[in-house]
Each structure stands twice: as C-alpha cells, then as structure tokens.
Design a protein around this ligand. Structure first.
Ligand SMILES: Cc1cc2nc3c(=O)[nH]c(=O)nc-3n(C[C@H](O)[C@H](O)[C@H](O)COP(=O)(O)OP(=O)(O)OC[C@H]3O[C@@H](n4cnc5c(N)ncnc54)[C@H](O)[C@@H]3O)c2cc1C
Length: 418
C-alpha cells in the first residue's frame, strides 16, 4: 500500500471536525483533515436561515477560547446581528478553519477500510492515506429521513429540506411543507418570502413555540439577571432542569438507556423559535393531520390527508428530520459496519468517542446515542473535542483506549506496510 501516513485523519470540516482539529493540533498530534469547510451549512441549510441556538451556544470550541464568535466579531470590526444568520455563521466557521487548520484538504473521503494497525482512507481522486485513527465528523446530511408514503413521488417533486441551500427556486409555486419543527416552520417562512404559496402540515395537535427571542426569555437571559446562571447553562438545549443534564454529556452517558430516549424526546421535540412566529403570516398551518398518500397527477402531486381532504401542489418539502444510522455512511467499507456495536443505528462509544473498533471515533449527531442531544448542536464541540483529545493522548482512563494510545505515543507508529 502506498500513500501518505499520519496519526489521525478527520473526515468532515464542519463545527465538530474543525473543533477536533484545533484541539489535536494544539497538542501537536500529526493529523490531516478532509472536506470543505462548513459545506453542510452552505449546501444543506437554506439561505436566509437564522440560527436557532443563541450566541453563547454557537461558538465552535478551540482549546484557548481564541476563536469564539466574539473574537470573530471583534476581528470583523462590526457587530453581527442576533439571532446569528446562516451566512455569518458560515463565514465564522471558515475564519475558524483558516486560523486553526489552514492546511485543510478540501477533498472528500470516498472510503474508509480497516488496514494493518489502523485504517486506509481513500480520497475521491483515489489517493489514499494510512492513519492510526480516524475521526468521523460528517454531520447529519446522510441521515435525512424520508417517510415511506412519499416514495411514490420522484425526489424532484418531493425533496428533503436538507437538499436545498436556496429555496428561491420555488417562487410562484404551490408548496406543502411536511413537519412541525424549526426547519419546517423556517423553510415555510422563507418560501413565503420568496413568493411561494405555502401550507405546513403538522402531525402534532399544535405547533410548539419556544420562548427564545420572547421578552421573558430575553429578560431571563440578560447577563445581569441572577436567575440566568441557575436556569440556563451556556448550551441551553431543552427546558430548564433538563437542560443541565443535556449540558453534562458525561452524566447523560451514565444514565440508563430507557431514560436517554425520554430526555431526547423532551429536549429536542419539534418546536419553532419564538422570533419566527411573526414571520408565519400568510403561511397556512394545518395541525393534527397526517399525509396518508402522495401521487403524481401530471406534473403535480396530489396529497391525501387522514381527514379525507386533498391538496394538489407543485412540490412537497419534507422537513421530516434525520435518523442516525451509521450503516448509511456509504464511505465506510461494507465489512466495517457489522463489526461496530450499535444501538438503534448509533455507534456505541467510549468516553473518548471511540467505537467498538479501536481507533475509529464518531463526533456530532452520531455520538448523540451515547452522549445525548448536546452532540446535535455546535455547543457540544467543547465537550467532544476535549474528550477525544484526552483519549488520543491516552488520558481518558479507558482501558482499550489507553493501550492503543500508549503504543502510539511510545513511538511505535507504524507505516501502512508495517
Ligand atoms: C436546518 C438546520 C438548522 C440548524 N440550526 C442549528 C443551530 O441553530 N444551532 C446549532 O448548534 N445547530 C444547528 N443545527 C445542527 C447542525 O447541523 C450542527 O450543530 C452542526 O452542523 C454539527 O456539526 P458537524 O461538524 O457534526 O456536522 P456538519 O456541520 O454537517 O459538518 C459535516 C461536514 O462533513 C462533510 N462531509 C460529509 N461527508 C464527507 C466525506 N465523505 N468526506 C469529506 N467531508 C465530508 C460535510 O460536507 C460537512 O461539511 C441545524 C441543523 C439543521 C439541519
């Protein structure tokens, strides 16, 4: 086998991959990171979108706190509007990348397979890299969930919300959005703004609006308010009380599995940010209804709902969320996935984010099965990147991890042939 060698390959340059690279670099770990910086935010989230997480929960973590949103804003010399705009966040992530990992390699990883004492990572142009460890930080785009009843309609007429970086192409069309979360509601508002006629169909009996952005929430979140520290950790994922458990992934990890799913359901149930509400004017919202079937009628789609009513539209936008299932990571060699212990599609991970195959790590949403909902948000980058780094340096206290790490750091680094 020929090609480059290194200790660690990171796949993906979104917030998690970039944070991991920043932490490992600061410890002089020999690493390579692949993928385009913040590509998911450009390709899979709509232009005009605002971040639902607030400022304090949107910093990509670096070991010395030099690359926060505040530092970026200071470097720009102009205040950034809040909520943070998608485009500002992309620019921030790209600034972070230039500072922390200027040598990012923009090529995609095509395949990862187990090799002698490590992994062989093949790139899109067939070049390969051998690495002792691989960190998969490829986000959620490949886990987009498309309910079965829409399989009868071609993707060109029923697309997932993650397929669009710009909803402007639907101007003048009649669009049904399926879903009741932030993505569904914000996509509907953006579609309406760009001149589409929109209806949102929500399965739940009502839309759950979060207080974020309301006067009460702003008052409680004021830095001068003593209640703030008690009620809200910096990440603020989930309702008060639960948000502290979510903010402590190490505690979440130790809780019984049955409690995991209850916390997940409550902390990240479909909801819209309060500031979105006034933007829903002109958008029809139908609640408590399920789409039973979808069929082509000429170049349009006819939907049948469970109350017997029908809609005939130009397009269906499926804001139906994501279901993590690592067997859908097409870049993992087919014999690699069965060797990984999994629960409900998520890899089982150690304290150092290491899967049951030593040397293979997962960050971001794929780690939420072990560490909880915080891993779905940028706010989780601090915990994840520091735990990963401790593991790779052999300080995690995990027996498998420590063995592998000490072999590496005893200078026994192997070559691909080796
Ligand atoms: C509509 C929407 C709104 C959201 N709003 C917020 C918010 O307000 N706040 C918040 O904290 N979170 C939000 N999130 C969640 C957000 O996705 C995560 O917080 C964050 O992006 C996770 O970072 P990541 O690095 O794990 O994944 P990503 O940001 O998705 O980055 C993964 C990267 O891996 C790359 N990649 C994938 N496959 C390969 C490959 N084979 N080779 C090389 N590179 C590859 C991708 O191109 C991508 O750049 C939102 C998500 C969605 C869908």
């Amino acid at each position: 086998m020929t090609g480059m060698t290194c200790q660690v390959v990171i796949v993906g340059a979104g917030p998690y991959g970039l944070a991991a690279a920043a932490y490992l670099r600061s410890e002089n770990v020999d690493l390579r990171i692949f993928g385009k910086a913040m590509e998911s935010w450009e390709r899979h989230m709509p232009a005009g979108m605002l971040l639902r997480s607030y400022w304090e929960g949107s910093h990509i973590s670096d070991p010395h706190g030099d690359l926060t949103l505040d530092r970026y804003q200071r470097a720009l010399g102009v205040p950034l509007p809040r909520p943070v705009r998608r485009d500002d966040f992309i620019n921030y992530g790209q600034w972070f990348q230039r500072k922390a990992v200027p040598d990012l390699d923009g090529r995609r990883v095509a395949r990862i397979e187990a090799a002698s004492k490590g992994f062989r990572v093949m790139l899109e142009d067939s070049e390969s890299v051998w690495a002792r460890r691989v960190v998969i930080a490829t986000g959620i785009a490949s886990f987009a969930w498309r309910p079965r009843q829409f399989n009868t309609v071609p993707p060109s007429l029923a697309s997932h919300s993650s397929e669009h970086g710009d909803l402007g192409r639907f101007a003048g069309q009649c669009v049904v959005v399926v879903g009741g979360g932030q993505s569904a509601l914000e996509s509907a508002a953006l579609l309406r703004d760009s001149g589409a006629t929109v209806e949102v169909i929500v399965r739940a009996p009502g839309v759950h609006w979060l207080r974020y952005g309301t006067r009460l929430h702003t008052w409680l979140h004021n830095k001068a308010n003593p209640l703030r520290r008690i009620l809200y950790p910096p990440s603020d994922v989930g309702p008060p009380g639960l948000n502290w458990i979510v903010d402590t992934p190490d505690l979440f990890r130790r809780l019984p599995f049955a409690i995991h799913s209850r916390i997940e359901r409550r902390a990240i149930r479909p909801a819209g940010a309060g500031w979105l509400r006034p933007r829903m004017k002109g958008v029809r919202i139908t609640t408590g209804r399920v789409v039973m079937s979808a069929n082509l009628v000429g170049r349009r789609v006819r939907l049948k709902l469970d109350d017997g009513t029908e809609r005939c539209v130009d397009h269906i936008l499926l804001a139906t969320g994501y279901r993590v299932d690592i067997s859908r990571c097409t870049f993992l060699a087919p014999d690699l996935v069965p060797s990984l212990r999994r629960v409900d599609g998520y890899p089982e991970l150690t304290a150092g984010f290491e899967a049951s195959l030593p040397g293979l790590h997962f960050l971001g949403a794929a780690a939420a099965g072990t560490f909880g909902p915080l891993m779905r948000f940028v706010a989780g980058t601090k915990y994840a990147a520091s735990a990963l780094t401790r593991c790779i340096l052999g300080r995690a206290g995990n027996p498998v991890t420590s063995q592998v790490a000490s072999r590496e750091w005893d200078g026994l680094a192997q070559t691909p042939d080796g």
